[in-house]
Structures are given as structure tokens and as C-alpha cells.
Design a protein around this ligand. Structure first.
Ligand code: ANZ
Ligand code: ZN
Length: 831
């Protein structure tokens, strides 16, 4: 072939076609070979690939290609997280069906991904909006329902009256609907919940297995989200009523300092407490205000603490103190019991509240060797200490008092140990059209009736017409909702809610192991062979929700007998963001760089190379036009090197072993070659530091340029050049695969470079002829000397005496003796 100008487009098209024709990246389960499953978080088919995608998938592709070269049977699939609200909105705007918009986007994005040369097994592609996919999810739903892992409950949700729909918390901005700015209300709706709280303890415990494989920060975020608190439940009698209020507290040791009680606005006791009291109206107004607040604002640390007195009192079970009962905005009904014993001296929120409403405070914990004084305190004291003002518990260290007080109250049945989790059950109901239908039927006589398995899938109607205002069309579609009850045969109605799209993304990685299986969700052999995902790669924004749900779902499916594994992702890499001018690329900032434009201009290889070179995978990456220019120039430099060497070298393979000792120039190149492989192998294995792999390859290219004219005329020289250049191509091939394939073929190699083995470096190639000698003057080290291994004692002595630091130290002295330890050191004795 002739090398002319480096034209990435020609080369890239050619090799992409070649890989496809050969099925180069098709894999099957094969128990005789070690497997490696690498997965990038699948994209939402928005229509356009952005640089964040390119980075995510390029990292994954290098991992996949590298592991293949290391001999693994590599599963590397791609698909589409295809349900979701944007499709509905686009369908309304363009007067189409969400399916049409979604599938068109998938086609566009697949074409864009293919242009980047990613080594996917495309036969396994899946779209979660396909009935062949979500039918299994409906089956799981039925199984969970049968087991009692799913339940239906009324729960307050964000509701926009103008859009007639529930909004996700993320779609409420400052209490207003993101689409129409209507004040969002909290509305009670019956929703389906999945009992993730049943798995709270295991989800927490098994995070320990992920230590080392997952970023510490993600593990911590999950721990905090699950939020295990060890404490106690204590009972307070309501004065003159016979009722009791239970509180959850992590600080039973402070009970003597509890001076009032704070209830959540939704606490079921509130209405009863205020009934007939003069405070009633004021309390009701306050309750109304608080319950309509944005949930996030309400839980924020900097929320201005507010409350109202109910007029009622309860009794402190330890000291009989009459404690006024308040309703307070910072107490949440969803946590603990929705009631808090307020200890203003030792809890900051209670302190702020008590200060504002002039409520009494009592110090009950003293730091050792110090005396707190309420008059001088400006904040609550929440550190450890010793109990005071606590009758028989005085003098007890507070950690010890926690147990002692609970035990004491336990005797009269007023207290017991209790564990609380911050984690809530997962509300999977969405009042949207573009999601997987929830497979249940409501019958006036039989109640909730599951759709029989033989009737699955419940398919989203293809003839649905979207409503202008965003309401789901399903509740109005007679053909969809009217059914006969599977139990009694009378007329009944279908559920019109669909499932949260996070349900689909909770098991897609399992479905890839046999994505087209029609009679079951999984092929058990394939699932067992490929599980777990060895390396998962995606953005930190999924640190909690998606990763927690996927971990949970894996445990659910394990308990259904589908899989043996409990943790789906052995290793997790969270890639950094792609920035431009210091900010995340976004339409609103106008700093978006379009990957297609870059591929058109520089090619896929240069785009991949730049993105992988600019920064290690976990760090943010600053886009730079010079940077991608530089990547393109480097590829051109390799191209010209190939052109120069074309026809002169015969293919010997990377890290080829010479038949006999090489002459020194050739040896020097070989040394650099093996050092490069050593560094590259280490950095590939160590957290995929591709940037330094590339840097090492660049150095090797420089060395080839520097030595090629001297080497090309001898047979040994050509051998060294051929081996070193093959190494450049082999090591670079996972990163810039197309150009490497092209040159590989041009050099006369048979087969694809994608299928060759990763080179092994040879320690003996790294032994040099020079040795390092330590120079001492009177036994003290004064310098080091690099000398040929064959140097004589006299030669060593001569160079050592000429060493600058040595002359300085023997100045004005007489040399008495010179001792040479061959290969090690020289000691000059002088005085
Ligand atoms: C008395 C007390 C004294 C408390 C003290 C703290 C410090 P974590 O660690 O987050 O679980 N609490 C309980 N239920 C609540 C609710 N529904 N809404 C708001 N706050 C609630 O914290 C548990 C502590 O948070 C509990 O311990 C309770 O206040 C408060 F010096 O009880 B504590
Ligand atoms: Zn019925």
C-alpha cells in the first residue's frame, strides 16, 4: 500500500467495517476461559452524543480491548435507557409517539457511537422501552408482589395542578413546577412501594465487600444515604389523656435535659392534641404551611427553625417534668417516629428553637474538667462528657448512660433499644405514559389483582395520543384500561401508572448476558458465567440512586433464585467531568464541543487519544483545542514514521526476542521498548492510568525517530526497529485502534491487531552495560559514577578523581590510599 496523507475517515470506516464483518467483538460464555465483563452506564437516547459520553465509552473501550489482549473472554455490551419524560415532551411538541422519537434517537446515537470504533458486541444491544425487555420487569413485579416485597400505600407526592402530574423531587425548583412555574402541592396518592428497607442492613453490610473496588467517596455516600442510627424509642405520657408519644432518640443519656417535645406537622397525634383548644387554628395554619413546603427545603440544615405550641403537655418519664408539646418545621414524619424529645442544651436544632421561643434549657452533660454555663453558651454542647443534673446517673460517662437509662426505662416498659435507617421504601409509581406499565388490575370485588403471567407483557398502546398538558393518555384510553377481572370475570380497570425508569436500569447489566432470550429473563448459565460486572464505569452523579437500586435489585433477584451473586459491580470507576473554560459543558453556558465536529476534523482516533491523554480517568478533564491538535499531530508523526519504514522492515512482533546479542544502538532501542511495556502494563493495571501509558508510548516514538537512521541499514537494527514499532502499535491499539490496525496491516502482519496479545517485557532486555559506582572520600559518599561494566580499576580511579565533588573534598590534602571494590564503589583515603 502507499502511505499518502493521513486520512482518518478512510481508515476508520474501513476498519469499523472489517471488525463488523469479522464479528471481531462477538463473545459467548466459555467456561474454559477466564471472563471479564466491562460495562459503561448506558445512555439515555437524547439524540446526541456529548463529550461526557465519549469519555465514558472511550475509557470502557480501552479496558475492553486491553483485557482482550490479556487473554480474557471480554463481554462489552451497549444499550439504551430508553424510557423517560423527555420523550413524552418531545412527542407532544412534534405531534408524534414517544416511541418514534426514542427509536429515531437511538438510530442516530448508534451511528455516532459506531463512528468512534467502540468494540461492542452489538448483537446484545437492548432498549428498555422494548416490550421484549420490560416484560421481564413485569414478571419480577408479580413475583415481588406475591412475596410481599411490594405494597400499595397512600403517600404525599409533589403534584402540579396545571400539568396534572406528579413531579420527581428533581423537577421541583424552589417549590415551583419546572415546566410551568405553578406552586407545587403535596398530594396524597396511592403509590406502589418496593421494600428496599427490608434490605437496608444487608445493603450497608455488603458495602464492606466493595472496599478497594469502589471509590471510597461513593461507599461513604451510600452509607450516609442508608443512614443507620443506633438509639432508643422512649415513651412520654400526654398529660390528662392516657395517650403516649414515642420518640426516637440517639441520645437517651440526655433525657434529664429534655424540656419540651417537638412533633412533625403530619404527626397523627396533632389533631387530637389541639382539639377544642384556643391554639387549634394557629396550629392548623402552621401545619398547612409546613406540609406544603418543598421536601428538600424542609430537610435543609440552614432551615429557619419555626414552630407553634399546641397547648398540650407531656411528662418526662425520668423526672416528671411537664414538657410543652410543639409542632416544629424541622421534624420529619418519615423518620423515626416523627416526634423528638427536645434537649436544647445538647442539640443544636433544639437550641435554636428554644432560644427563639424562650423555652427552658437544662445542662445534663459536662465535658470532663470543665463547667458549662448556660449564660455563656452560644451553641448546644453535643460532645461527650459526664452526666450532671441527672439524679442517680450523675457522674456516669454519657456513652455508658445511654444503655443505663434505656435499661432503667425498660423495666417499666417505657423504653427500648431501636435502630433507625434514613433509607425509605422505593416509590416506583409514576403517573407518566412513557414507562413500563405496572401489571395489576383493580376490581371492585376482588381488589388488587395481578395480571396473570400468561398475559404479559402489558404493552404500552402504540396508538396513544399525547395530551397537550402532559397528562398521561393512559387513564383516558378505554382500550387500555377496560379489562375483565382475571379472578371473577367482571369488568375491572387496569393500573395506569408506569414504573420509575430506575427500575429498568437496575437489572439491564444482567440481561446483556443473553439479551435476546425469549422464554426467560436470563439464561442461567450465561448469567452465572458473566456475573458480576468486573468493571463498571460511569458518572459520580449516579453514586447513590442508580447504584443503590442496582445493588438492591441484584439481591432481590438473588433471593428469587436467578443469580448467586449479591453485589453486581465488583469494581467501579467514576470518571471525571469534561470541562471547557473551567465549567462543565452545557448548552446554557455555550461551551459545548460537539464530538461529531471533532471526529469530522481530526478523526475518532485523535478524539479518543486526546480525551484519554488529557487527564487520568477519575479526574476532571479540561477541553483544549491545542490538546486535540496535539493528539492529531502525534498520530501524524506515527503515520510518517510508518511511511518512512514502509518496505524496510519485516514483521517480527512486539517485544520480539533477538537470536543473538544486539549491537549497542539496537540494544538501546530495545531497552526503551521494554521499559515502555513495563510502564504501560503497570499503568494499565493500576487504575487505568491511560494518560501515562500514552506518554510512555510517545517517548518510545521519539527514541525510534532518534535511532532509526543509524539502525535501518543493519539487519540487527531493522530487527530492533521492527520490534519497537510493533510495540508502539500494540500498546496504542486499545486507545487509537484504527490507525494501529492500518499500519499493522501495512507492515505485513496477518490478522487484526485487536486480536494480538499484550506484549510481555523481558527483564534481561533492561540490563544495561553501564554500572553505577559510588564514590567515597574517607568513607563518606561524595558522588556516583556511571562507568562501562568493563572499565579497569585504573580507569575508574581516574574518572573518580576528576569528579567535581571529589576534587572539592580532597583539596589541599594528600591521597593516602585508593580502594576499588569492583562493580560497587571506590573509596579515596586522604588527609
Ligand atoms: C434527643 C437528642 C438529644 C437528640 C441530643 C440528639 C441530640 P440521627 O443520628 O440522624 O438518627 N430526630 C429523631 N426523629 C426525628 C425526626 N423525625 N425529625 C427530625 N429530627 C428527629 O439523629 C437522631 C436524632 O434526631 C434524635 O436524637 C432526635 O433528636 C432527632 F442532645 O433526641 B435526638
Ligand atoms: Zn374481580
Amino acid at each position: 500500500m502507499g502511505f499518502g496523507k493521513y486520512e482518518p475517515e478512510l481508515i476508520e470506516n474501513k476498519w469499523q467495517k472489517e471488525w463488523t464483518d469479522k464479528g471481531a467483538f462477538h463473545v459467548e460464555a466459555d467456561e474454559s476461559r477466564p471472563k471479564y465483563y466491562v460495562l459503561e452506564m448506558f445512555p439515555y437516547p437524547s439524540g446526541k452524543i456529548h463529550m461526557g459520553h465519549v469519555r465514558n465509552y472511550s475509557i470502557g473501550d480501552v479496558v475492553a480491548r486491553y483485557k482482550r489482549m490479556k487473554g480474557f473472554n471480554v463481554l462489552h455490551p451497549m444499550g439504551w435507557d430508553a424510557f423517560g419524560l423527555p420523550a413524552e415532551n418531545a412527542a407532544i411538541k412534534n405531534n408524534t409517539h414517544p416511541a418514534e422519537w426514542t427509536y429515531a434517537n437511538i438510530d442516530d446515537m448508534r451511528t455516532q457511537l459506531k463512528r468512534l470504533g467502540y468494540s461492542y458486541d452489538w448483537r446484545r444491544e437492548l432498549a428498555t422501552c422494548h416490550p421484549g425487555y420490560y416484560r421481564w420487569e413485569q414478571k419480577f413485579f408479580l413475583k415481588f408482589l406475591e412475596k410481599g416485597l411490594l405494597y400499595r400505600k397512600k403517600s404525599p407526592v409533589n403534584w402540579c395542578e396545571t400539568c396534572h402530574t406528579v413531579l420527581a423531587n428533581e423537577q421541583v425548583e424552589d417549590g415551583l413546577c419546572w415546566r410551568c412555574d405553578t406552586q407545587v402541592e403535596q398530594k396524597e396518592l396511592a403509590q406502589w412501594f418496593l421494600r428496599i428497607t427490608d434490605y437496608a442492613e444487608e445493603l450497608l453490610e455488603s458495602l464492606n465487600e466493595l472496599e478497594g473496588g469502589w471509590p471510597e467517596r461513593v461507599i461513604t455516600m451510600q452509607r450516609n444515604w442508608i443512614g443507620k442510627s443506633i438509639g432508643a424509642e422512649l415513651d412520654f405520657e400526654v398529660e390528662e389523656s392516657g395517650d403516649t408519644i414515642s420518640v426516637f432518640t440517639t441520645r437517651p443519656d440526655t433525657l434529664y435535659g429534655a424540656t419540651f417535645m417537638s412533633l412533625a406537622a403530619e404527626h397523627p397525634m396533632v389533631e387530637k392534641l389541639i382539639e377544642g383548644r384556643p391554639e387549634a387554628d394557629k396550629v392548623r395554619q402552621f401545619v398547612h404551611k409546613v406540609t406544603n413546603m418543598d421536601r428538600f427545603q424542609r430537610a435543609a440544615d440552614d432551615l429557619e427553625k419555626e414552630g407553634v405550641f399546641t397547648g398540650a403537655y407531656c411528662i418526662n418519664p425520668l423526672n416528671g417534668l411537664k414538657m410543652p408539646i410543639y409542632v416544629a418545621n424541622f421534624v420529619l414524619m418519615g423518620y423515626g417516629t416523627g416526634a423528638v424529645m427536645a434537649v436544647p442544651a445538647h442539640d443544636q436544632r433544639d437550641y435554636e428553637f428554644a432560644t427563639k421561643y424562650k423555652l427552658p434549657m437544662q445542662i445534663v452533660i459536662q465535658p470532663e474538667g470543665q463547667t458549662l454555663d448556660l449564660a455563656e453558651m452560644t451553641a448546644a454542647y453535643s460532645e461527650p462528657g459526664v452526666l450532671v443534673n441527672s439524679a442517680e446517673f450523675n457522674g456516669m460517662p454519657n456513652e455508658e448512660a445511654k444503655g443505663a437509662i434505656v435499661e432503667y426505662l425498660g423495666k417499666s416498659g417505657k423504653g427500648k433499644k431501636s435502630i433507625n435507617y434514613r433509607l425509605r421504601d422505593w416509590n416506583i409509581s409514576r403517573q407518566r405514559f412513557w414507562g413500563a406499565p405496572i401489571p395489576v388490575i383493580y376490581c371492585d370485588d376482588c381488589g388488587i389483582v395481578p395480571v396473570p403471567e400468561k398475559d404479559l407483557p402489558v404493552v404500552l398502546p402504540e396508538d396513544a395520543v399525547m395530551n397537550e398538558d402532559g397528562r398521561s393518555p393512559l387513564p383516558q384510553m378505554e382500550s387500555f384500561i377496560n379489562v375483565t377481572c382475571p379472578k371473577c370475570g367482571k369488568a375491572a380497570k387496569r393500573e395506569t401508572d408506569t414504573m420509575d425508569t430506575f427500575v429498568e436500569s437496575s437489572w439491564y447489566f444482567m440481561r446483556y448476558t443473553d439479551a435476546r432470550k425469549e422464554d426467560e429473563a436470563f439464561d442461567s448459565r450465561a448469567l452465572e458465567y458473566w456475573s458480576p460486572v468486573d468493571q463498571y464505569i460511569g458518572g459520580i452523579e449516579h453514586a447513590i440512586l442508580h447504584l443503590l437500586y442496582a445493588r438492591f435489585f441484584t439481591k432481590l433477584l438473588r433471593d428469587e433464585g436467578y443469580t448467586k451473586i449479591g453485589e453486581p459491580f465488583k469494581n467501579l470507576l467514576t470518571q471525571g467531568m469534561v470541562l471547557k473554560d473551567g465549567a462543565k459543558m452545557s448548552k446554557s453556558k455555550g461551551n459545548v464541543v460537539d464530538p461529531n465536529a471533532m471526529i469530522n476534523r481530526y478523526g475518532a482516533d485523535a478524539t479518543r487519544l486526546f480525551i484519554l491523554f488529557a487527564s487520568p480517568p477519575e479526574k476532571d478533564l479540561e477541553w483544549s483545542d491545542q490538546g486535540i491538535e496535539g493528539a492529531y499531530r502525534f498520530l501524524n508523526r506515527i503515520w510518517r514514521l510508518a511511511e518512512d519504514l514502509d518496505g524496510k522492515l519485516s514483521p517480527v512482533g512486539a517485544c520480539a526476542k533477538p537470536a543473538a546479542e544486539l549491537p549497542s544502538d539496537a540494544k538501546k532501542l530495545r531497552l526503551k521498548e521494554h521499559e515502555t511495556v513495563q510502564r504501560a502494563s503497570r499503568d494499565m493495571e493500576n487504575k487505568f492510568q491511560f494518560n501515562t501509558v500514552i506518554a510512555a508510548t510517545m517517548e518510545l516514538v521519539n527514541e525510534i525517530y532518534a535511532l532509526k537512521d543509524a539502525l535501518v541499514d543493519s539487519e540487527d537494527g531493522r530487527f530492533a526497529l521492527s520490534s519497537a514499532f510493533s510495540t508502539v502499535l500494540t500498546v496504542l491499539s486499545p486507545i487509537a485502534p484504527h490507525i494501529c490496525e492500518e499500519i499493522w496491516a501495512a507492515l505485513g502482519y496477518k490478522g487484526c491487531i485487536a486480536e494480538v496479545a499484550w506484549p510481555e517485557f523481558d527483564e534481561s532486555a533492561m540490563v544495561t552495560d553501564e554500572i553505577l559506582i559510588i564514590i567515597q572520600v574517607n568513607g563518606k559518599m561524595r558522588g556516583k559514577l556511571s562507568v562501562p561494566a568493563a572499565a579497569t580499576k585504573e580507569e575508574i580511579e581516574e574518572t573518580a578523581l576528576a569528579h567535581e565533588n571529589v576534587t572539592k573534598h580532597i583539596e589541599g590534602q594528600t591521597i593516602r590510599k585508593v580502594i576499588v571494590v569492583p562493580g560497587k564503589l571506590i573509596n579515596i583515603v586522604a588527609n
